[in-house]
Design a protein around this ligand. Structure first.
Ligand code: 21N
Length: 832
């Protein structure tokens, strides 16, 4: 008999584990008792871990088979590079994707355990700030479901997004040590460790053929260790990989210090390396400018590129670089990993010894860039001085890229020095900076915005000059969200009701949810309408219980649940919401309550720790809430809470319980928004400005099923030059009453002056967010909401239509568009 060789042995099929309730229970108890050393009746976080291990075992076979398929030569792969992946919890998601809901439920039930409680013990993987990080998580979910060979690359932050506490109505940040009890999902792969260089200097040498080459020497090196997380597809055998890098020290240390007898100091100094993956920067939508942040960016870019090259060389069986761009594409999530453009050039030139032109052709054929913001304060630029210190070789390469690029510009527009100055990758007025967005555009074959309006504004404004040079690079890819997490998992009751009417196909093909439109008519489908209302009521009950637990306030179920959750930022205009609430309060106080609609208002979101105005806004919301909730004149007419520590897992309860979704940014400022889509899918109606993806949401559902208000982007620009907030106050007695109440100190009687910054900002003619300009229109739209709410049946119809028209906003569609126009990958089926 022929003995198999070792290399053949490793390809032998792995036995599939049984997944009936008995088998699950057996493995669960094995992990709980024999691995974790705990027993039934122990603290529930161990039961969560035991169930996670049980399911991970069942993912491993498909995970391995998926890798084997992807490593075949000729399989083209995409790499999604992102400094953020805001994953949230995973157990419920995997159970859903594997179709094991009833089996797990049964297994736990037989041990008198409650599934929901156990799922609730998983800490959120909060490795992101907001929309950009959550988008990355939705993207990789959809890629696995679509069977696309896409690998996520990110950083395994020891501390994710801070936990938000409230003290006297103010935000207090607490560190999020999410890995403290271990992470059962991750698999450490030290065999694929990569080495990353920092510091040092460059020198020129002659190679064996007498050509000048550059060496980067005397560097301080750091090691990158990969930790893999499984990303399961829905109802298929695909298990993709999210690979997160942890920074660690090399074992080398400074011998001089060692010889001088400072052994402990020499070892201790090595700690510096570990800091790179210690903490996520929490200031979304404004650049941090910190050296550690640039170290994180290069660390991710370099480790990921080296790893992708290693995978490709292995599959290809040798370094035939003319085929590299045929097989690989890198999607950069904003400019954060954009140093990858220069890093790929460095690897190809210094390490693979390609010449400049070949390296540049490869690089610009496999890099693609997504922009997520137009806000000037969020556009990354790094001081050249910092670059020179930290990444001297990369700065040289960027200079060379820039010189060759500016030659092209000069050729197309001879004598236009002003244009050269504008378009240069290096900003030269005063201190020099590297403009990362420009590096990304020059180095990529595709540049996209995240909603139709946003992509249009990019080519008309910020990137105008580049669009004139390369119109073919620019495109739009409207964002989405994954219907698995945001409907099927978060809203099981609605899922059951929908599937009872149109089957389950919609879960992996959301265009099919349009079939619900046929049920929008109350007369013909009275039972369905009744059931729809009942589902919403149950979801409101679940949300009300969470609000009671977190905030201590009762939300009566018959009230309209009016919700704004997102990062706290002036452009998102939580302040406009507050002005409306003060208006409602003042109406109650003066007895103007005919046809009143009772409202429960929930506002939640985190402020960047250094963003004082955002922190003042949180304090104002809490102070107004205190007055409103404790005033006996108000009663059930109005309830207001600031919901603490808004996160992925809390949104899973909040979105299904919402009646009204607040999407009220200053037009032209919110690139897309994605919370707006989650609310829509779960049957909430939107009150919103003509901004970001709101526009596409309204197009899909129809203006008559959407509460539109406010200035449009062009009107905002138009008014800017002559914006006169005082005029809006003078002409509107409601706004006068609101501002008077606010300025009188009514909400801060014992804390005089604390809201002066907020008041002055709103009253300033240079207020970039022009909050007062939209007050009247917003209050009128809220009045239309009230009128609509009176007609329960018409409201239900609009709610059903919102869900039924949400098919476009699945990330399955978004990923299909990225794939058709940018990545061009073939789907890979696994295990058939
Ligand atoms: C959002 F701290 N953009 S979250 C858009 F320095 N950018 O605002 C939203 F490390 N974050 O409209 C859109 O729906 C969403 O992206 C998805 O496309 C966000 C930028 C950021 C900047 C600096 C930093 C972290 C994040 C930090």
């Amino acid at each position: 008999m022929n003995e198999p060789k070792a290399s053949e042995l490793c390809l032998l099929p792995l036995e599939r584990l049984k997944s009936d309730p008995d088998a699950l229970q057996g493995d669960f108890l094995h992990y709980l008792n024999r691995h974790l050393g705990r027993f039934l009746g122990c603290s529930p976080n161990y039961m969560y871990a035991a169930m996670a291990y049980t399911l991970r075992d069942r993912l491993i076979t498909d995970w391995r088979d998926t890798w084997i398929e992807y490593k075949e030569p000729g399989v083209r792969r995409a790499y999604y590079m992102s400094l953020e992946f805001l994953i949230g919890r995973s157990l419920g998601n995997h159970i859903l994707n594997m179709g094991l809901e009833t089996e797990v439920e049964q297994a736990l039930h037989d041990m008198l355990l409650d599934t929901e409680e156990i799922l609730g013990n998983e800490p959120d993987a909060g490795l992101g700030n907001g929309g950009l990080g959550r988008l990355a998580a939705c993207f990789i979910d959809s890629c696995a479901t679509l069977q696309l060979p896409v690998i996520g690359y990110g950083i395994r932050y020891e501390y994710g997004m801070f936990r938000q506490k409230l003290l006297n109505g103010r935000q207090v940040e607490e560190p999020d040590h999410w890995l403290r009890d271990g992470n059962p999902w991750e698999l450490e792969r030290p065999e694929y460790t990569q080495r990353i260089h920092f510091g040092g200097h460059t020198e020129i040498y002659k190679d064996e053929r007498g050509r000048n080459r550059v060496r980067w020497v005397d560097t301080n090196d750091v090691l990158a260790i990969p930790y893999d997380l499984p990303v399961s597809g829905y109802g298929n055998n695909t298990v993709n990989t999210l690979r997160l890098w942890k920074a660690t020290t090399t074992d080398e240390f400074n011998l001089d210090e060692f010889n001088a007898g400072s052994y402990t100091e020499a070892v201790a100094a090595k700690n510096d390396a570990e800091h790179i993956s210690m903490v996520l920067y929490p200031n979304d939508a404004s650049e941090s400018g910190k050296v550690l942040r640039l170290r994180q960016q290069y660390f991710l870019a370099s480790a990921s590129l080296q790893d992708a090259i290693r995978i490709w060389e292995y599959a290809e069986g040798g370094p035939h670089y003319e085929r590299f761009a045929r097989d690989n594409v890198f999607q950069m999530n904003d400019t954060h990993p954009t140093i990858a453009v220069a890093e790929l050039m460095r690897i190809l030139i210094d390490e693979k010894h390609l010449d400049w032109d070949d390296a540049w052709n490869i690089t610009t054929a496999c890099m693609a860039y997504t922009n997520h913001t137009l806000l000037p304060e969020a556009l990354e630029k790094w001081p050249v001085a910092i670059f020179k210190q930290l990444l001297p070789r990369l700065l040289e390469i960027i200079y060379e890229i820039n010189a060759r690029f500016l030659e092209k510009v000069a050729m197309k527009w001879p004598g236009d020095t002003e244009r050269l100055r504008r378009m240069s990758i290096i900003e030269e007025n005063g201190e020099q900076y590297v403009r990362m967005a420009y590096l990304a555009i020059v180095g990529s074959f595709s540049v996209n915005g995240v909603a139709a309006l946003h992509s249009q504004l990019l080519v008309d404004g910020l990137f105008r000059d580049f669009h004139a040079l390369w119109p073919e690079k620019f495109n739009n890819k409207t964002n989405g969200v994954t219907p698995r997490r945001w409907i099927a998992h978060a809203n099981p009751k609605m899922t059951g009701l929908i599937s009872s009417q149109i089957g389950e196909e919609w879960i992996s093909d959301l265009t099919r949810i349009a079939e619900l439109k046929a049920y929008a008519d109350e007369e013909e489908h009275a039972e369905f309408h009744e059931a729809w209302r009942e589902v919403k009521r149950e979801n409101k009950k679940r949300l009300a219980a969470l609000v009671k637990k977190e905030c201590g306030i009762d939300f009566p179920l018959d009230s309209l649940f009016d919700i704004q959750v997102k990062r706290i930022h002036e452009y998102k205009r939580q302040l406009l919401n507050v002005l409306h609430l003060i208006h409602l309060y003042s109406r109650i106080k003066r007895g103007d309550t005919d046809n009143w609609v009772n409202r429960c208002v929930l506002i939640g979101g985190k402020a960047a720790p250094g963003y004082e105005m955002a922190k003042d806004i949180i304090k104002l919301i809490n102070n107004v809430a205190h007055m409103v909730n404790n005033d006996p004149d108000v009663g059930d007419r109005l309830k207001l809470v600031f919901f603490p520590n808004y996160s992925v897992s809390s949104m899973e309860v909040i979105a299904p319980g919402a009646d009204l979704s607040e999407q009220i940014s200053t037009a032209g400022k919110e690139a897309s928004g994605t919370g707006n889509m989650k609310f829509m899918m779960n049957g909430a109606l939107t009150i919103g400005t003509y901004d970001g993806a709101n526009i596409e949401i309204m197009d899909a559902v129809g203006e008559e099923n959407f509460f539109l208000f406010g200035l449009r982007a062009e009107e905002v620009q138009e008014m800017r030059h002559q914006y006169n907030p005082a005029g809006f106050i003078d002409e509107d007695s409601d706004l006068q009453a609101v501002m008077q109440l606010l300025e009188s100190g009514y909400f801060n009687a014992r804390e005089p002056g604390i809201f002066n910054n907020i008041i002055n900002a709103m009253k300033s003619p240079s207020d970039p967010w022009m909050t007062l300009a939209d007050f009247r229109s917003y209050v009128d739209a809220q009045q239309r909401v009230n009128e609509a709410w009176h007609y329960k049946h018409a409201w239900t119809r609009m709610s059903i239509l919102n869900t039924a028209c949400s098919g476009f906003f699945s990330t399955d569609r978004t990923m299909q568009q990225y794939n058709e126009k940018i990545w061009k990958l073939d789907p890979v089926t696994v295990g058939e």
